[in-house]
Design a protein around this ligand. Structure first.
Ligand code: SAM
Length: 329
């Protein structure tokens, strides 16, 4: 699949649920309203949609949410999608998770063919963790991470850089990931979804500043390592682990965008930071043949925009009204 700017679209991120067992302050309001269950695609429908994308050329699938591992029966979908790894149609099946359910699922994920996972973790301090996630327990996530490691999963930690919240912990996170054998990626907070007046502006911390801060203690060696995602990587010489930066605001990462995002209701967003979307649920349900669905996907890819235009300043602390948990981070 080629978009109008000649970018090959080979990466699909799928939000399998908008629900989550955490309420991270920069991501969701505490009293979020979730979708009625009837609007959400069944696991079989999600499988059919993902498999159609694979047939059209998607080589990498990432399940996300909400929290993908709180969706009931999720292993049925993951096991089933694993068949595309066996045939060679898919290079990678992976997920982004908050880690709360990993103790239960790590071994099953490996059995299904998952090799790498991203785990979101912004702090190593239990009280701060409880403040950021509102409902989460750090010890549960750490136990999940140990289970993932024991099962043989490669782990990448995603940490959102938050001014005044975890900006005193970057060195500790790098050291800890070094000890545990995890790669680490810092993410800039993005203006998505209403979370309360000015909260995000106060949290925003440009990663250029984060990089300058960590370079006082660590030596960052350049590398051209890429995962097909938007992070730019360095190798931390002292730990030997990779450190990545995702900088949607200070450095636009759109030129090499290879992905589209599907919500759990079957809406396809061609860009994380734009509102244009395509309804795939109607063609999915309208016919047993996949032809109308394939046509709708190709028509949507032909409309993929060049890039996003996130801005954070006093007048714009929310550029896109939907929350990250809807489109899937
Ligand atoms: N529940 C899973 C998790 O915690 O990783 C998957 C969904 S979560 C929405 C995916 C990622 O988006 C997490 O790393 C989270 O920190 C990040 N995220 C959520 N809202 C964000 C925002 N406004 N700016 C930047 N990252 C955000």
């Amino acid at each position: 699949m080629l978009d109008p700017f000649n970018r090959t679209i080979s990466y699909l991120r799928v939000s399998v649920t908008d629900r989550c067992d955490f309420r991270c302050v920069y991501c969701m309001a505490e009293d979020m309203t979730f979708l009625p269950k009837a609007e959400v695609l069944s696991l079989e429908e999600l499988d059919r949609l993902c498999s159609t994308f694979v047939r059209l050329g998607v080589r990498k699938l990432r399940l996300t949410g909400g929290e993908p591992l709180v969706r009931r029966g999720i292993m049925t979908l993951i096991d089933s999608l694993g068949r595309h790894l066996k045939t060679g149609a898919l290079d990678e099946l992976t997920l982004t998770t908050n880690g709360s359910q990993l103790e239960k699922y790590a071994e099953q994920l490996v059995a299904a063919g998952v090799r790498r996972i991203n785990v979101s973790l912004d702090t190593l301090q239990p009280e701060k963790f409880a403040e950021i996630t509102r409902w989460g327990k750090l010890e549960k996530v750490v136990a999940g991470l140990q289970a993932a490691k024991a099962a043989g999963l490669q782990v990448k930690i995603n940490a959102v850089a938050l001014r005044g919240v975890n900006d005193d912990e970057f060195d500790e996170l790098i050291a800890w990931c070094g000890q545990e054998g995890f790669d680490l990626v810092f993410i800039e907070v993005m203006p998505m979804g209403e979370i309360g007046a000015d909260a995000r502006l106060d949290q925003y911390l440009p990663l250029s500043m984060v990089r300058a801060q960590v370079q006082r203690r660590w030596t960052l060696d350049e590398t051209d390592y890429r995962t097909g995602g938007p992070a730019r990587y360095y190798v931390v010489r002292e730990t030997g682990r990779r450190l990545g930066f995702i900088t949607p605001l200070t450095h636009n990462f759109c030129e090499s965008c290879n992905r589209v995002r599907l919500t759990c209701t079957g809406t396809l967003y061609m860009c994380l930071g734009q509102n244009d979307a395509a309804d795939l649920r109607t063609p999915l349900r309208q016919s047993e043949s996949d032809a109308p669905l394939e046509a709708a996907i190709l028509e949507a890819i032909a409309r993929k925009p060049k890039g996003h235009d996130f801005v954070i300043d006093r007048r714009h602390s929310t550029s896109v009204s939907r929350h990250m948990s809807v489109t899937g981070g």
